[in-house]
Design a protein around this ligand. Structure first.
Ligand code: ADP
Length: 768
């Protein structure tokens, strides 16, 4: 029996023999610990862990504890005290006495018997441990190197248990159980259970991973990085950070309510545990709130002339849009608080919608934001996800505003005609809230939760087709249509905008390269097929790139004059050839006119007949409406055979096949009605229709010809294809005003009310 020693009661950790524990405490820490450490004799103490509830008197002490030695005690700079206690051995405790506020006890060695079976358990335990470490991801194998010095089962058990991630309650029984074999059995059992958990956890993680969508995955990865950085000591100092954020909040120009909200979040951040998964989410939220441009506005240029000159120098024509911007500015200068117009530029790709919007921003001295809503089917994309959703972020509007960095940017919303609606909601109606000047000064994103004023933003939407813009939105927008460019317009754009711009971008000057007009026209006709000038811009860039290379390689050649004959050398073979071999007219082939994403084009329709029973065969991926047009055309002809001079037997004894080549182009709409009718009459009467003729118009069963859309584009396309005569519905005669003079002068337009007029003109009088 040894002399009495002070007893240190520990409630939250177990110190095993041969194990060292480092504890750091400040003045507010457990008083018992502070006093005992100060009063200790010989640095020795008895460490006990209470069995049940707190120890209140000498009878409730456990009978087994650990003899411990205070190895180190030092004051560390942050006002704390650090001690290191080493466990020496298990001891039996007896004769507890209370001395003032402390307990003392006698102690005696615990005798540990060695048995024959010890070595079997020793080996079994080592094997189990190896298996455990290899399978449980969070166990490092540092423990293995310590095993070497361990000779007996008793020490081995104490060593392993101090490494295992088991609960405090569970650990206590390892102190009070004396038999090493018993403890070895506990250990094997505990490791086995933990292994099972780890396996289960891995399985669940794998399953969860599969189900996580991309944003959530990103969130988890970020969290992992954050934790790893913390482990590596690269993490940040939270207190410092809180202080910095607090300073930033003070500087924000948001209203008091928002400020209060951000402060509250900062408090939450401050008080959250560094390991809490919430912490990252709050941090992200704070980050968004701090970086939104609350109350930050740029000042619009007031100089109308300057605005006009910037717009004119960046974009050819497009007068309507430019005028609208100037009007807006003019009225704004006259009044005070004018709402921005919500413009929507509609037209085929590459006609300058987006670039014009960017240059509007530049001319007004505003920042820009640009998002695309094409393909969006979820309103959360517009107004954000609620913060309860893992990995949630604000919607695209707030994202755009943050990028722009001001609360009055020019905000470009691309592809407003390509949103879809489904069970996730209707993004169009969310967008309506964003655009509606009555509501958008209080725009509320689900993630941000606080209102953000969008009323000073100038929204410019873009779309390819007016008809596809959701109806409720169309109502709010000032739609400005931009149509395809004619060859001559493209020539102008190339000469005055694209070529100077590309020369500069390639570090060239007009003293080194000159491109002749006919070469530009060849590029337009044979190297591009588009409504706008995007491809043309690319072709010009390719040309200049090759020239720069040549200039550097062959230094003798200092000037390049580019005419058509040189184009193949730089651009390769011509990609598009229009109508060149196609001028041979045939029976049963007639030119219709199409309006596609590339602008207008001719759309030849073919028909043949062969022995059969009067069936109608249609090919060429025709849409439903176009198939109907074929049946209407055929039946109209059948009911007027005599008038058209067609033998009635012909139709009874033959099948008819109608085909519209270029199967890849989606063909639909009723405007091919007159063309199909003409093709069939040509076939049945064996009379050819010249290739220089084209026509467009819907036909009714009685032969009336109805109006169509996209005439300008169709005419431009047909003109390019060499057409000289065009039949149009009388209803569309008014649209001829829009067609550029240089095209009108080459084409004869014949406006008709009834198909008979086309028949008479083409087949009766032999008119070409
Ligand atoms: P969209 O948005 O209509 O698809 P972009 O604005 O992207 O077309 O235009 C494509 C390219 O064509 C841009 O580089 C732009 O500068 C040029 N461009 C288009 N229209 C014009 C024009 N009227 N004047 C000058 N450049 C133009």
């Amino acid at each position: 029996m040894k002399d009495k020693l002070l007893v240190l009661i520990i409630n939250d950790m177990v110190i095993f023999p041969n194990n060292e524990v480092r504890i750091e405490y400040d003045n507010t820490y457990d008083k018992q610990m502070i006093d005992i450490v100060d009063r200790i004799d010989d640095n020795l103490m008895l460490i006990v862990n209470p069995i049940g509830d707190a120890i209140t008197n000498v009878t409730s002490f456990p009978k087994i504890g650990v003899l411990g030695r205070l190895k180190l005690k030092m004051n560390v700079p942050n006002g704390k005290t650090r001690i290191v206690i080493e466990g020496i051995e298990r001891v039996k405790l007896s004769s507890f006495v209370e001395e003032g506020n402390y307990f003392k006890a006698d102690y005696d060695e615990v005798e540990i018997e060695e048995t024959k079976e010890d070595s079997d358990y020793f080996n079994l335990l080592v094997k189990s441990l190896e298996n455990y470490i290899s399978k449980v991801p969070y166990m490092g194998n540092a423990i293995m190197s310590q095993l070497n010095g361990t000779k007996n089962l008793n020490d081995l058990c104490d060593l392993i248990v101090s490494f295992l991630p088991i609960s405090y309650e569970n650990k206590k029984r390892y102190i009070t159980t004396i038999s090493p074999i018993e403890r070895a059995k506990f250990l094997i059992e505990d490791m086995r259970r933990d292994l099972k958990f780890a396996e289960l956890e891995q399985k669940i993680e794998a399953e969860v991973e599969k189900e996580l969508d991309d944003t959530q995955k990103e969130y988890f990865l970020r969290e992992k990085i954050r934790l790893m950085q913390k482990e590596l000591g690269e993490g940040h100092n939270k207190d410092e950070e809180v202080e910095q954020i607090s300073k930033k909040i003070a500087k924000l120009k948001c209203n008091a309510k928002v400020k209060e909200k951000i402060r509250r979040e900062l408090d939450r951040y401050d008080s959250s545990n560094i390991n809490s998964p919430e912490l990252g989410m709050i941090r992200d939220y704070l980050d968004w709130m701090l970086h939104l441009p609350w109350g930050i506005y740029t000042k619009d240029t007031n100089d109308l002339k300057k605005v006009k000159s910037i717009l004119d120098s960046s974009h050819y024509a497009l007068e309507e849009v430019k005028d609208r911007i100037l009007e807006y500015l003019a009225v704004k200068q006259n009044t005070n608080n004018l709402r921005s117009p919500i413009l929507c530029l509609v037209g085929p790709p590459g006609v300058g919608k987006t670039s014009l919007a960017l240059s509007i921003a530049k001319s007004l001295n505003r920042k820009t934001a640009k998002i695309s809503v094409g393909g969006i089917n979820d309103e959360a994309e517009i107004v954000g996800h609620r913060r309860t959703y893992i990995g949630s972020i604000p919607g695209r509007i707030i994202q755009g505003i943050r990028k722009a960095g001001t609360a009055n940017p020019v905000f470009i919303i691309d592809e407003i005609d390509k949103m879809t609606k489904d069970i996730k909601g209707d993004p169009a109606s969310s967008l309506l809230e964003v655009l509606d000047p009555e509501q958008n000064n209080k725009f509320s994103d689900h993630y941000i939760e606080e209102e953000f004023d969008l009323s000073k933003v100038m929204f410019i939407a873009t779309a390819n087709y007016v008809e596809q813009i959701p109806y409720e939105l169309r109502d709010r927008l000032e739609i400005i249509e931009i149509s395809s460019y004619t060859e001559f317009e493209k020539l102008d754009i190339a000469k005055n905008h694209l070529i100077p711009k590309e020369l500069e971008e390639h570090g060239l000057t007009s003293l080194q390269v000159q491109v002749e007009d006919e070469a530009i026209l060849t590029m337009i006709r044979n190297y591009t097929k588009e409504a706008g000038v995007r491809e043309l811009e690319r072709v010009i860039a390719t040309l200049f790139r090759k020239i720069v290379k040549n200039l550097l390689l062959n230094q003798d050649m200092a000037f390049y004059q580019i005419d058509s004959s040189k184009l193949e050398e730089f651009l390769g073979k011509k990609k598009y050839v229009y109508m060149e071999n196609d001028m041979n007219e045939e029976v049963g082939v007639v030119n219709g006119m199409a309006y596609t994403i590339f602008g207008g084009d001719i759309l030849p329709i073919e028909a043949t007949l062969f022995k059969g029973k009067g069936d109608l065969i249609l090919t060429g991926s025709l849409g439903e409406v176009m198939q109907e047009s074929c049946r209407i055309a055929l039946n109209y002809i059948k009911s007027n055979m005599e008038q058209f001079g067609i033998d009635s037997q012909l139709l009874d004894e033959h099948d008819i096949h109608i085909h519209v080549p270029e199967g890849a182009v989606n063909k639909d709409g009723p405007s091919a009605g007159v063309t199909i009718t003409t093709t069939l009459i040509s076939l049945f009467t064996n009379k050819k229709v010249p290739k220089t003729v084209a026509m467009t118009g819907e036909i009714t069963l009685r032969g009336r010809v109805l109006g169509i859309g996209g005439l300008k584009e169709k005419v431009i396309g047909s003109h390019r294809a060499g057409v000289k005569t065009i039949y149009i519905p009388a209803e569309n005669e008014k649209d001829l005003d829009e067609i550029p003079e240089e095209i009108k002068k080459d084409i004869r337009f014949i406006a008709v009310h009834h198909y008979k007029e086309i028949f008479d003109s083409l087949f009766k009088s032999g008119e070409k």
